[in-house]
Write a protein that binds this ligand. Structure first.
Ligand code: SF4
Length: 501
């Protein structure tokens, strides 16, 4: 626990070592905030974070404001491991800031958990960030005044220090937040709590999502901000709108309407992978659930890369809506051919390679009753390194599938992400090194096809200009320093990615 003086006591970490890096893109963080006088804001935030658990499973935290003081509880582990009813009961208040974390910048350790709580001349503030800065080193140099003690290794803490320094130089909260945001380059969806207001801010590209909603009736003055709309649904809050790219929204205690303003010229380039895979299928983007979008990309995939087969199955959970869409468009029967153990988190101790070869399948188990003797189309959302896909194909054949046709509901991932998604370096991405035909041979599938970039955008009913698609084409919308770019773009000569962006 931590009070506003910054002292902090973290419980014993509950995570275990991760034996192997997972073969997929991993979401970075979820942010959440509730401003609601007279409501159990910590409990509401707990449920909100629970609904955003897919956005980060390494640490969780909540900071609650109560009569000018802040109580903070954060730790390593899932939301349900970090909080229990006793902890939440000790956190009364009227404003809560919450965060789920999966590390992209900074290692996985307790000091990097959020929210960050700092003291200023105007009182404490609590801060939570989803995204990733591409100018963290430059920002750290600017902020290093010889007095600031950097306690974590994350870029998020730097934004908080920028706010703290601006306030302590004499600025009020809002201009300080805007000044700090203007110093940042990269992806940042932020929630910031002070003793009498909640601020929600999104970078000018709107790379990571952020929405807000109303809790109770129009006069309640109770507000919720969440990375995704599923975080509003879980506590019965009504969706109001997205926090727009380049927007700052101020929610004040007692006000029945928030103040919305642009802090930066918008240039919307939302991460298209949020729609394909990262966000929850019941979350709403562009006025509809992602379940509908994902079904549509399956339909387009069937149109683009149809094949004769007996069954279409999806890799649970994210491949299922696209598999249903593929079935609808192709007329091939949809079936559950793979069963997923839903309780394998990132903190699970993975079996060794030898154990795996001996047949231990922790996450997915194929159903021979369904698959035996069938020509199977299997739909997955992406291929990153290809190691998991190769094992999956073998497992389907072992279960009796006579043919395996793999269809991927996104284009080939050829470039790493610098904007808050944890990806391998470029040389680890199989599609950066091999052609589709070579990947087909490597996976030992009968055929392999990916969704086209045009199909991915068409399904969203929006122009490609609205999205970041850099991991598919290297067109990075936010310029990066050479050192940042060279950290992951192993296969490209220096400067190539910059010229594309
Ligand atoms: S590079 Fe890919 S994962 Fe990263 S923000 Fe852009 S589309 Fe999303």
């Amino acid at each position: 626990m931590q009070n506003h003086d910054g002292s902090q006591k973290l419980r014993r970490p509950v995570h275990q070592p991760i034996a192997e890096r997972p073969d997929r893109m991993e979401e970075a963080c979820g942010v959440y905030a509730v401003l609601a006088d007279g409501q159990p804001v910590a409990n509401l935030t707990y449920f909100g974070l629970y609904s955003l658990q897919h956005r980060g499973q390494e640490s969780a935290g909540i900071a609650v404001f109560n009569h000018g003081k802040v109580r903070l509880h954060k730790d390593m582990g899932l939301v349900s491991q970090v909080f229990d009813q006793d902890v939440l009961a000790r956190m009364p208040g009227n404003l809560a800031i919450g965060h789920n974390r999966y590390s992209t910048t900074g290692s996985s350790k307790a000091c990097n958990a959020q929210p960050v709580v700092l003291m200023t001349r105007l009182g404490p503030f609590a801060f939570a960030h989803n995204g990733n800065l591409v100018n963290a080193a430059e920002l750290r140099d600017k902020l290093d005044d010889g007095q600031t003690e950097f306690t974590s290794t994350t870029d998020s803490e730097l934004i908080a220090f920028a706010i703290q320094q601006a306030v302590n130089r004499g600025m009020d909260w809002k201009p300080a937040i805007i000044e700090a945001a203007a110093m940042c380059r990269g992806a940042f969806s932020l929630v910031i709590g002070t003793v009498d207001a909640l601020y929600a801010l999104r970078d000018s590209y709107g790379i990571r999502p952020l929405v807000f909603g109303r809790l109770g009736d129009a006069q309640s003055g109770h507000w919720v901000v969440s990375s995704e709309s599923c975080g509003l649904d879980i506590i019965g809050a009504a969706f109001e709108a997205d926090v727009d790219p380049g927007e700052l929204i101020t929610f004040r205690l007692g006000d029945t309407e928030p103040k919305r303003e642009q802090w930066a010229e918008p240039s919307a380039r939302m991460c298209v992978f949020e729609m394909i895979y990262f966000a929850r299928p019941d979350s709403r983007f562009f006025g509809e659930s992602l379940y509908s979008y994902r079904q549509r990309i399956g339909q387009i995939l069937a149109r683009e890369s149809g094949v004769e087969a007996d069954l279409v199955i999806g890799v649970p959970d994210s491949g299922i809506p696209a598999a249903i869409g593929f079935s609808q468009a192709s007329g091939i029967t949809f079936a559950d051919g793979l069963i997923k153990n839903r309780y394998v988190g990132r903190t699970f101790i993975q079996p060794t390679q030898a154990m795996r070869e001996a047949g231990i399948r922790v996450k997915l188990n194929p159903l021979p009753d369904v698959l035996a003797g069938k020509r199977v189309v299997v739909i997955d959302d992406s291929i990153v390194r290809g190691t998991t896909s190769r094992k999956l194909v073998q497992a389907l054949r072992d279960a009796g599938a006579t043919e395996v046709h793999m269809r991927i509901s996104s284009p080939p991932v050829t470039h790493p992400c610098f904007y808050g998604i944890d990806t391998d370096t470029q040389d680890q991405l199989i599609a950066a090194r091999l052609t589709v035909k070579q990947i087909e041979d490597h996976l030992k599938v009968d055929t392999l096809a990916y969704l086209s970039k045009e199909g991915m955008v068409e399904a969203a009913h929006a122009s490609s200009e609205h999205f970041c698609t850099a991991c598919f084409d290297g067109s990075y919308p936010i310029p990066m320093d050479d050192s940042v770019r060279s950290s992951k773009l192993m296969l490209e000569p220096s400067g190539v990615a910059a010229s594309k962006g």
